[in-house]
Write a protein that binds this ligand. Sequence first.
Ligand SMILES: O=C(O)CCC(=O)C(=O)O
Length: 372
Amino acid sequence: MTLCRLLLWTATAGSGAALAPNTRRFVAGRARDSAAKPPRRRRVTCRVLDDEAIGLDLEALGDLGALDDAASLDLDALVAGAGLTVASTAALADAGGAVPALAADLSTGTAAVLGAEALLAFERDGHICTRGLFSSDEISAMHDSLEAVSRVEAKAAERHAVAMNDAMGGERAPFLQTFNPHRRHRPALMVATCARLAATARALLGVEEVQLYQSCLFKKRAGDEATNWHSDLHTSPLDTNQFITCWFPLHDLAADSTGLCYATGSHRDLALPMWYGQGFDADGRYELEDHGAYEAGDVSWHHGWLLHSAADNRSPRDRLAVAVSFFASGACIIEEDGLACVNDEDHPSYDDWLPDLAPGDLAAHELLPVVR
Ligand SMILES: O=C(O)CCC(=O)C(=O)O
């Protein structure tokens, strides 16, 4: 069996401060706050697993598509036809009334205004925060619907978490993750295909057209451990550099809590894989930054190769966040040799479409719709 070394970046608790959120803040359009307290350091290391261990444990996953009847799907919803399609919000099942309709019209509103400074910052740093991209009313409506989605889909998320626990040597998964709720629930589809998000993704990537790769709900339960350091493209079968994820909590989030923390510039650090492979301790290699407190409606963005993590949830409240990932049209499926090295932790995300395509094919599928 091929022994492909897979990378799992981890935030290690070398000291009590190691998992604490970084005090340096990035503020879009303003100089960085270098004042006051010296930054607390978070250790960036990586752990190498073999695919045998991961493959074996992932069998415990079972069929993530087999949800309760109430949550059963209507995949026709993503528009009929082959090849590139434009996502539609028509005709999705409503989970038997368990998920309230989205009480907001996301088709109005404007995309983030991004000047040259912000675009350059994203290019250099690999992350940025667009404040107030949604109104607090829109976020509150999303919370009501998507919290219900995460409850309806809890069993599948727990199954995935258990499989991840096994693959990670028994550590409890750092969150419950619901993959691609937009394929099953209309409110989630309206969020994932919201024109504001797609337009901002296009602007930040500097491309004319993006396709929806995945959406996820991340419930970091009270007491959950830190989210491992990772980059999203390591878990994707797409051969591209043009991939971006937006992430936003569905409520206000205090500074120094569970907002994402970014290893600034790591998305363009070719020296790391070139000279050290994947099993290298990168502690101290990058400046670690987060975006401080989030008010409901603030949305952060990170490049697909950027290393990121989140601190453990020490608050008594679960943190619920949405992540939506886009890629520039024109990307292909990784060729066979590379595919064997994809970290398959997120395979529920592509299991429904990857078998329809061959290595090297254009990533064109009705489950990867163009979003305008
Ligand atoms: O919410 C989290 O803790 C993890 C989210 C994440 O890794 C992502 O959005 O790429």
